[in-house]
Ligand binder design. Sequence first.
Ligand code: ADP
Ligand code: ADP
Ligand code: ZN
Length: 225
Amino acid sequence: MAENRAPLVLILLGPPGAGKGTQARMLEEAFGLVQLSTGDLLRAAVAAGTDAGKQAQTVMQAGGLVSDDIVLAILKDRMADPDTSRGVILDGFPRTAGQAEALDVVLDSTGQRVNSVISMEVEDAPMIARVAGRYTCAACGEGYHDEFKQPAKAGVCDKCNGTDFKRRADDNAETAGARLTAYHAQTAPLITYYKGRGVLETVDAMADIASVADAMQTAVKRVMA
Ligand code: ADP
Ligand code: ADP
Ligand code: ZN
């Protein structure tokens, strides 16, 4: 990669359960990019009890979208960290047209742009089961699933040997339904927005995790070439 090249900005678009987090972590390892998950950043703000976290908590429990102002402030802060200099994978952001436009403004100010948007295409119904069976390693954040991605040794994280796991409060069938509705109403229109800008790639994300990873890496290699 040329020294003076602007950091790569990659967006993963897809409903809850599409596999954004799972694939973002695999892309981080493969390409040295940094995953920025607004969901993770918001959950950290809730846990820390900040003002933003307090405002976000109720909305997140109901499966709605947190206000653009809060999400943007949190994301901008994180994007200023030096570890993002090689490039970022935005996971769960932007989620509204307003956020997409605000992102353009932020990137413009630093000579960056959205290089690629990968739309992870899935059917709705199976996403409820994906979300309901999801859990993560408390120590390193590696994601697992009761049925679809179990650790090699039961109860022990493949990545860090941790034995403590956690589930998200909003990962239940009812809230997942509300989150899917929010996705279709407010986020899915971004597919057309980015298609019009010629940066959209689509990947069949109903396939197994390894096949999806192959397709994602092929798409990213094309952009990095
Ligand atoms: P998202 O970040 O888009 O909400 P995750 O990456 O957290 O989705 O995946 C949701 C759940 O589904 C996790 O438990 C994950 O292990 C599992 N999962 C991810 N991709 C697949 C896949 N292609 N097939 C089956 N299960 C998957
Ligand atoms: P998933 O991986 O299942 O799609 P996330 O972890 O990305 O879920 O998001 C969890 C919740 O955090 C969302 O339901 C929403 O309330 C909030 N959230 C995350 N990112 C955003 C965003 N960009 N804009 C507004 N709300 C967000
Ligand atoms: Zn772990």
